[in-house]
Design a protein around this ligand. Structure first.
Ligand code: PSU
Ligand code: MN
Length: 310
């Protein structure tokens, strides 16, 4: 049985020439933003990766295949689809077996990127330990994936809808390096700082690329989480966003939302409660992450070429 993995023409060409590639997730498209902003953002993010000198590979499951790179038509179809499944580690194989359309979370995108030989992945925010996890046990599979799959993930930290101290503790327990880019603080998505100190600070894309390769050499499984703070001009002050987060959390509890519906529910309510303003910030930070991810992928490619020559 051959691996059900196919590349878009653009990604296949990049694989052939050894050009740097950046993986992008698709749950953010189907479950993270409304149509048509989701499609516009997905296109902008892909273009940002290209402008920064790498090739974008948006990952999704369709017709029984893992797609690494989507054609413009496939991207549009995914962004418009209402029935796409949210696919994490647990769901990938069944989704493929059934031929469903599956949008990949951070965890599933890491698995697919790794299969496709892609080292770097850009997203908005990762999943984490939910508030009240001591009761619900709701901890995103993204955290355990970072501990076992060797992909460097660039995110603007994690949203304050989560319990950020517990999220960082879990990452530490799992041995996941959390590298905060040019910052002494762990970023909190819409805010540049969560108020929590950076577990590790890095200042250049090249350091991140070197650390990625060193982890491989050292035989350490798992990836790296890069926390890239939202650009200052796009930041939403905590005084503005915190009451909205609280309201969304209370509504989720009152409505009895659970399991994989929790994150999409909260994101949708925050979008509505901010009259869509949360989305502008979200778009700015994803673009910022795409740029840094392209720089990291470029530096990994250059470091590998240098090593091959010596
Ligand atoms: N956090 C965000 N935006 C998102 C997600 C998380 O700020 O779109 C998506 C990502 O795909 C992430 C997933 O991997 O939700 C986590 O879902 P869960 O908490 O159910 O594991
Ligand atoms: Mn969950």
């Amino acid at each position: 049985m051959t691996l059900p993995l196919i590349f878009s023409p653009e990604v296949a060409e990049a694989k052939r020439t050894g050009a740097p590639i950046v993986a992008l997730e698709s749950t953010i498209i189907t479950h993270g933003m409304p149509y048509p902003q989701n499609l516009e953002t997905a296109r902008l993010v892909e273009q940002q990766v290209r402008d920064a000198g790498a090739v974008p590979a948006t990952i999704a499951l369709m017709d029984g295949q893992i797609h690494a790179g989507l054609t413009p038509e496939a991207l549009e179809k995914l962004a418009q689809s209402n029935g796409a499944h949210k696919v994490s580690r647990a769901d990938i194989a069944v989704c493929l077996a059934k031929g469903w359309t599956g949008a990949t979370t951070v965890a599933a995108t890491m698995i697919c990127a790794n299969l496709a030989g892609i080292d770097v992945f850009a997203t908005g925010g990762i999943g984490g330990v939910h508030r009240g996890a001591e009761e619900t046990f709701d901890i995103s599979a993204d955290l355990m994936e970072l501990a076992q799959t060797s992909v460097t993930v660039v995110a603007a930290g994690a949203k304050a809808i989560l319990d950020l101290p517990k999220t960082l503790e879990t990452l530490e327990t799992q041995g996941v390096p959390v590298l905060c880019y040019q910052s002494d603080d762990f970023p909190a998505f819409w805010s540049r700082s969560s108020g929590l100190p950076a577990p590790l600070r890095v200042d250049t894309a090249s350091e991140i690329g070197q650390a990625h390769l060193l982890r491989g050499q050292l035989g350490l499984p798992g990836g790296q989480l890069v926390g890239n703070p939202i650009p200052e001009t796009a930041e939403i002050p905590t005084e503005t966003i915190n009451p909205i987060i609280q309201a969304a959390l209370s509504e989720a509890e009152a409505a009895g939302v659970s399991a994989k519906e929790v994150t999409p529910f909260l994101l949708g309510r925050i979008f509505e409660l901010t009259d869509g303003k949360s989305l502008d910030a979200n778009i700015a930070l994803v673009l910022n992450n795409a740029r840094l991810a392209a720089e990291i992928a470029t530096s990994i490619t250059a470091l590998r070429e240098k090593a091959d020559q010596s």
